[in-house]
Design a protein around this ligand. Structure first.
Ligand SMILES: NC(=O)C1=CN([C@@H]2O[C@H](COP(=O)(O)OP(=O)(O)OC[C@H]3O[C@@H](n4cnc5c(N)ncnc54)[C@H](OP(=O)(O)O)[C@@H]3O)[C@@H](O)[C@H]2O)[C@@H](O)CC1
Ligand SMILES: Nc1ncnc2c1ncn2[C@@H]1O[C@H](COP(=O)(O)OP(=O)(O)O)[C@@H](O)[C@H]1O
Ligand SMILES: [K+]
Length: 518
């Protein structure tokens, strides 16, 4: 297999944590001649290096003390043989015994006449480098790079041309996507080797990696090892597009009730409601708290299909329609708390966002009710951003971000709900520990109200699904599909520099969904 780009995959991609990658590496090495895997890694690196810098005449490789450095040395040998001016800085080698594969790669580089040094290239030399290679540390890194490693990272980040990270950017945890310290390589391209690792796709990973490519070294890792997590592919989102059969009527696609919209925040509930209707719901009813206080419009004139109803009608409506989907908390304020006991007991499908999550974080009784729902087979999807997740976990946003996968898994297990942990590389986790990482979207979504649109889209898409699959599987799929379309909407805007305004997001999501159906 030649290296391939991962972020635009149609299929889900298996991700493997460090322990699983280690097992895969050991099994693969045992069945091959000595150094064959590392030699094969060098071929993949050469192919991508040629693709990203086809006219490069000089390359600088920063090679660390382990097998990641070994991969870089194999690449250095190939580039040297191809006639390129190649310089290698060996970082952290002094006083260490190299692992056998890396020692072999060093001997090969030396034999090929590669210039090996221990100091960094000076400024004048750096200005002439066409391609930088970060082969300092890969998935063996567990602590912050310091000293000579940090200096080499700074030198790589100061290059004017492309920088390719071997397997992972140095300074990034391949397991969690968190920065290990202050020094992190900011690559233009990263080639994941052998396995795709979750940390590349979430938290600080995307920013550090640049374009992410993958070469499985012909090992097919998923054959013998269960995936630790999955990267969502377009096919998963396409699979959940509602089918609108010829004889369907609006009842086929269900009702969504939106509970939220405190004074000054009515827009949040309308954003969610509009998204729910575009995503597929048959009818959408908005119960905004401010309407009871005389503050709401009798109609959303831009979206007159939305039915604006008093809050007082919500509980009865949920009891009367046992198939309704409820989304609570968007622009909720404190008032939404009073709707939660009834919603948690009776809503057939429940999406909880923003202030509904904050209310549950404050109230042990509501938390117990949430868990009891799951035990009764009633599915819930929670859509926290990191701070809301931290409140539910009695933790801090920084702790959540330090290991987003663990936080999402723990919250899902604690609550019995499917958890959508938002942010760069949104995660979707089930109570039994399944995790999907969303590859679409970028910081154009970092504007007020885009989370309300996501919650509403989830509810609308869910409402339109027939109840054929197991409840948790369906909730997991719907959340993954909605997150994928939400991110994909970025590609339907005018350009990369301007934000995606929440009021226009659902229409862009509809375009993204249509492009999937084509
Ligand atoms: N074998 C093969 O055939 C294949 C290998 N492959 C390649 O191997 C890479 C993994 O290699 P690896 O296990 O040797 O770990 P690597 O990331 O090079 O780190 C080296 C050592 O550095 C140390 N260290 C860590 N952090 C540090 C810090 N902050 N500051 C200072 N030191 C630090 C730490 O050792 P410690 O000091 O903890 O004893 C660590 O063990 C993988 O990413 C891929 O590129 C693949 O191509 C598949 C084929
Ligand atoms: N840098 C980013 N990359 C990808 N998605 C992002 C980024 N920043 C924000 N988002 C997405 O935008 C949405 C913001 O939601 P949220 O934080 O709840 O804001 P709000 O409450 O204002 O709606 C989430 O879906 C989040 O995943
Ligand atoms: K690296």
């Amino acid at each position: 297999m030649t290296p391939r780009r991962l972020l635009a995959s149609s299929q889900d991609i298996a991700l493997f944590d460090d322990a699983a990658t280690r097992r895969i590496e050991q099994r693969a090495a045992a069945g091959r001649p000595e150094h064959a895997l590392m030699a094969r890694a060098g071929v993949g690196l050469l192919r991508l290096a040629r693709a990203i810098a086809p006219h490069a005449r000089s390359a600088w490789i920063a090679a660390g003390p382990g097998n990641n450095g070994g991969d870089g040395l194999v690449l250095a040998t190939w580039l040297q043989r191809a006639g390129m001016a190649v310089g290698v800085t060996l970082v952290g080698h002094a006083g260490r015994t190299l692992p056998p594969d890396a020692a072999w790669a060093l001997a090969e580089a030396r034999a090929a006449g590669v210039t090996l040094r221990e100091d960094l290239p000076d400024a004048a030399t750096r200005a002439r480098i066409d391609l930088g290679i970060d082969a300092l540390l890969g998935f063996g890194q567990k602590r912050a790079p310091e000293g000579a490693l940090a200096d080499a990272i700074a030198a790589l980040n100061g290059l004017r041309g492309p920088v390719m990270s071997v397997d992972a950017p140095t300074g990034l945890s391949t397991a969690t996507g968190a920065k290990l310290g202050d020094a992190v390589v900011r690559a233009t391209h990263t080639l994941a080797l052998l396995t795709a690792k979750p940390g590349l796709f979430t938290g600080a990973g995307r920013e550090a990696c640049g374009e992410i490519w993958f070469d499985d070294l012909d090992v097919h890792p998923a054959d013998d090892e269960p995936a630790s997590a999955w990267l969502t592919g377009a096919g998963t989102a396409a699979k959940r597009l509602p089918r609108r059969g010829q004889v369907a009527n609006k009842g086929t696609f269900g009702d969504v009730h939106v509970a939220g919209g405190a004074a000054g925040m009515v827009g949040a509930s309308l954003l969610a409601a509009h998204a729910a209707s575009l995503a597929g719901a048959g009818r959408v009813l908005v119960h905004a708290h401010s309407s009871d206080k005389g503050g709401v419009l009798p109609v959303d004139v831009r979206h007159p299909e939305l039915m604006l109803r008093p809050v007082a009608e919500l509980q009865q409506a949920i009891r009367d329609n046992r198939k309704a989907t409820v989304v609570a908390g968007c622009g909720g304020g404190d008032d939404v708390a009073s709707e939660l006991p009834g919603g948690l007991s009776n809503a057939h499908r429940l999406v909880l966002d923003a202030d509904a999550l904050n209310a549950i974080a404050r109230d042990a009784g509501l938390r117990a009710q949430l868990r009891a729902r799951g035990a009764r087979g009633l599915p819930t999807i929670l859509t926290p951003h990191p701070l809301e997740a931290a409140r539910l976990l009695a933790s801090t946003a920084a702790e959540v971000q330090a290991d987003r996968l663990a936080a999402a898994r723990r919250l899902a297990a604690d609550t019995g709900a499917v958890v959508v942990l938002k942010g760069s590389g949104t995660l979707v986790a089930t109570p039994h520990g399944r995790v999907a990482v969303n590859p679409s979207g970028d910081a154009r979504l970092a504007t007020a109200g885009t989370g309300d649109v996501l919650a509403g889209w989830i509810a609308g898409l869910w409402s339109a699904q027939p109840a054929t699959d197991a409840v948790v599987d369906l909730a997991f799929d719907v959340a993954r599909a909605a997150a994928w379309i939400h991110g994909r909407a970025c590609d339907f805007t005018a350009g990369a520099r301007l934000p995606l305004v929440a009021g226009e997001l659902a229409a862009h999501m509809a375009r993204a969904a249509h492009s999937l159906a084509d």
